[in-house]
Design a protein around this ligand. Structure first.
Ligand SMILES: C[S@@+](CC[C@H](N)C(=O)[O-])C[C@H]1O[C@@H](n2cnc3c(N)ncnc32)[C@H](O)[C@@H]1O
Length: 787
């Protein structure tokens, strides 16, 4: 079978030995950056980081282009083994402690992200040109190299760290040609030894070289499915390499698996159990010993968080009770059911978990563990219908990073929109303030433990680099989907940017027993769909901000990917606002939402200046067509407003100096004058009923300035802040009505509403506590609950 889309890096004409490949394509892997900053240096701001990232990107690309020109079309001369090992040596020496590539249960995500040498500001990696994974099985490939072909290689060194996300190792082929091989860490994670050992054998499917900055060319593997490890006695190996290993019996493999499981090595245990099953006949696999091996492999897979496989193994490990009726068989089935229940629970398949635990309680009605798990699962099933009250009794802070609650998604569904791709729609009316949905992340990564250091991943053709938490997210998502291919259809159904049209089939194909995942598509999915935790806890409307790191931008701070919520499109006049509790995202309605109305949210804080706002949204590949953007685009005064807003910004920056040198009253008068001019740039025919964002900041300042000695003026400016957010406040006698149709909720609105209430109280007009105050009280910490 030929690959559907020929990957660009392959040379068109395969030749014989590895040594004769030519370098025709500019593929690159940069060396790790040597920029050293002393440990005690002050923290680097996101802005400075971005500058460094851009500078590095430019330097790397210039050097790369130059070297590519020099090498274009050159016949490759195979380096000697000594030369290859010499190239590898410095990497081995400077190697930082390798991460544990497989995350163990209960281990916090940051512990398995690569630990960084703190003296380095960045570990960078320039990617290959994006290409699809090989779609060929081993049996369909010829035993040599390049497109349609494969290489069989032997490692001749220990592996070293090539970049923050790549391993490299010296290899040889059966002709005795030597090369350096770089492997994306994703591809190594499922290898039993967790790193490639000296002397190990493997097949590389459709291999290619890429040019690197400091070391001629290297063979490279990006997609995890393109490397397959072979046993020492595999018949595919050249005769001279093959070891005379005596094959173990199924029972011996099973015992080796048990030993590994006891020794806390679930990866090796899984490999041994798989070998035990592979060496059994079909009928053996179904009998008692086969059942034991399946159940044990289920346990190993639970430890590896391979829930899909764990569930199937556990179910395969069930003994048929119609033919056997003894206590031991019951005991074995309870084991299988507990394992199936746990795997299903972790996958969020609560109906399957419920059925497993119900069966447990049928076998042993008084089993405490069975009853507890059944109750827990029933609570999750109820939450899917009713939602979760995260604030009940203990409050949001009580939930850890990994929230043990079910998703609440039934009020919304994804549908096709006319112009924005898929969108999320309400299937029932939702009241202002109500929870629209809550969802656990497919993958969640907290901000790096060492914020001063960061990964930098640079696709060579792109103008953007990926850094910070986002590169850790990439690893987390790939690991999750490799371990649980059943997630594939929901993940691959997400928008992946303009270069990745929707797939015909969303199932993850299996080839040679391994899931085939296109890591470049997944990287784009993360880029377009993940949410970053707000970096300013003060701007977080509700939920806990513990995972947000002040001073970090989204790419550096905690972030996650939510499959259902990813269908939500942007609108500056949004009707939903999100926050986070642990790894759960929660959307609430900021106004009443009608049945069948589209749910929209803010992708980026809305800037009063249209050009700035539009530029930010264009990074997602669109221009917003909400009424506010439409007004800003067509209103002739938008340019003048930009000029005035710049003036206001400059004045505000000079505020401390002004306050010290000028009579405060004159500053306020200057602001009022500017406000009047900005107000003129919002003609009523364009902005009726819409927010006027350029009026917010200065009105807030004036409301504050007047709050001590001029309650009427303070009230006027407080009401102006509320109106500038798009709220229409109508006061008729004692009735106050707030029209939220085009409003933008914000903590400042809550502040100003409370200001209004205070001012009225000071004027002797006592407000009757209602709504917000009866629900949340008057305490300042509750200001975070939005209007
Ligand atoms: C997280 S996805 C949202 C779901 C997406 N529409 C889909 O089809 O799956 C983000 C992408 O949706 C599109 N999008 C979101 N809001 C939009 C808007 N207001 N106008 C046009 N496209 C929008 C953009 O292509 C953006 O990169």
């Amino acid at each position: 079978m030929e690959p559907v889309t020929p990957p660009p890096p392959y040379s068109a004409q395969p030749t014989a030995p590895m040594a004769q490949l030519t370098t025709t394509m500019a593929q690159s892997t940069a060396p790790t950056v040597q920029t050293a900053v002393p440990l005690a240096s002050p923290p680097i701001t996101p802005g400075q980081k971005l500058e460094m990232v851009q500078a590095e990107l430019e330097v790397a690309k210039i050097r790369l282009r130059q070297q590519t020109r020099e090498r274009q079309g050159l016949k490759r001369v195979a380096p000697s083994r000594a030369a290859v090992l010499q190239r590898l040596a410095p990497k081995v020496l400077r190697q930082a402690p390798r991460p544990t590539l497989e995350r163990m249960p209960g281990q916090a995500p940051e512990l398995y992200s690569p630990r960084l040498d703190q003296r380095r500001i960045a570990w960078n990696m320039i990617l290959s040109e994006a290409h699809t994974p090989s779609s060929c099985s081993m049996a369909s490939l010829h035993k040599t190299h390049h497109y349609g072909l494969m290489l069989i290689l032997r490692a001749v060194s220990v592996s070293a760290m090539h970049s923050s996300m790549q391993t490299c190792i010296a290899v040889e082929d059966e002709n005795g040609d030597h090369e350096l091989l770089t492997i994306h860490d994703f591809a190594v994670t499922s290898h039993p030894s967790k790193a490639i050992q000296n002397g190990s054998f493997f097949v590389v499917k459709e291999p290619f070289f890429r040019t690197v900055l400091d070391e001629a060319c290297v063979l490279c593997i990006d997609h995890p499915s393109e490397i397959l490890f072979l046993d020492a006695n595999d018949p595919m190996l050249p005769y001279a390499w093959r070891a005379n290993v005596i094959e173990r019996s199924p029972t011996q493999w099973e015992q080796a698996g048990n030993q590994a499981l006891k020794g806390d090595d679930p990866l090796e245990a899984e490999r041994c159990y798989s070998r035990a099953l592979a060496t059994m006949t079909a009928s053996q696999a179904k009998d008692v010993v086969g059942g034991i091996v399946h159940r044990n492999r289920a346990q190993a897979r639970l430890c590896l968080e391979r829930w899909d496989g764990a569930y199937h193994d556990a179910m395969a490990g069930m003994r048929d009770l119609t033919t056997t009726n003894d206590d031991f068989a019951d005991f074995q089935n309870m084991k299988a059911l507990f394992r199936a229940g746990r795997a299903a629970y972790e996958l969020g398949a609560y109906d399957r978990a419920h059925s497993a635990y119900t069966s447990v309680t049928k076998i042993a009605p008084d089993d405490i563990d069975g009853l507890r798990e059944l109750k827990r699962t029933e609570a999750r099933i109820a939450e899917q219908l009713t939602g979760v009250n995260f604030w009940a009794a203990t409050g949001p802070q009580a939930h850890g990073t990994k929230v043990d609650h079910a998703d609440f998604l039934r009020r919304t569904e994804a549908r096709q929109t006319d112009t924005h791709g898929r969108g999320l729609f309400a299937v029932e009316a939702i009241e202002c303030g109500d929870i629209i949905l809550s969802e656990k992340a497919l993958a969640f990564v907290p901000s790096p433990a060492v914020p001063e250091s960061f990964h930098l991943v640079i696709p060579p053709a792109a103008t953007r680099g990926t850094f910070g938490t986002q590169s850790n997210m990439w690893t987390a998502v790939i690991q999750k989907v490799l371990a649980n291919p059943s997630i594939g259809p929901r993940l691959l159904g997400l928008y992946a940017g303009p270069n990745y049209p929707p797939l015909d089939s969303l199932d993850i194909p299996m080839l040679d027993g391994r899931p085939v995942v296109d890591i470049f598509r997944v990287e784009n999915i993360i880029e377009y769909n993940s949410f970053g935790y707000a970096h300013d806890p003060d701007l977080t409307s509700f939920g806990n901000a513990a995972l947000a790191t002040p001073g970090m931008d989204n790419k550096d701070g905690s972030m996650g990917l939510w499959l259902h919520a990813s269908a939500i499109n942007h609108s500056c006049l949004y009707n939903a606002e999100h926050s986070f509790i642990g790894d759960t995202i929660i959307f609430r309605a900021t106004r009443d939402i009608a049945k069948d109305e589209e749910i929209t949210t803010l992708y980026k804080e809305v800037n009063a200046d249209y050009e700035t706002r539009d530029a930010a949204l264009r990074t997602w590949g669109f221009s917003c067509d909400c009424k506010l953007c439409e007004a800003d685009r067509t209103c002739p005064a938008t340019t003048r407003r930009k000029y005035l807003l710049q003036q206001a910004k400059e004045v505000l920056e000079r505020l401390p100096i002004l306050n010290a040198t000028v009579e405060p009253r004159s500053v306020v008068m200057m602001f009022e004058d500017l406000l009047a001019q900005i107000q003129d740039t919002y003609p009523e025919e364009f902005y009726r009923g819409l927010p006027r964002l350029g009026l917010i900041t200065l009105n807030r300042y004036c409301a504050f300035a007047y709050s001590r000695n001029n309650p009427d003026k303070a009230l006027e400016h407080a009401l102006a802040v509320i109106a500038a957010h798009g709220y229409t406040l109508t006061i008729t006698g004692e009735d106050i009505e707030l029209d939220r149709t085009n409003a933008m909720s914000a903590p400042q609105v809550v502040d100003q509403l409370m200001n209004v209430s205070r001012i009225q109280e000071s004027k002797g007009q006592m407000a009757v506590p209602s709504g917000f105050e009866t629900r949340y009280g008057k305490l300042r910490e509750h200001r975070s609950t939005r209007a």
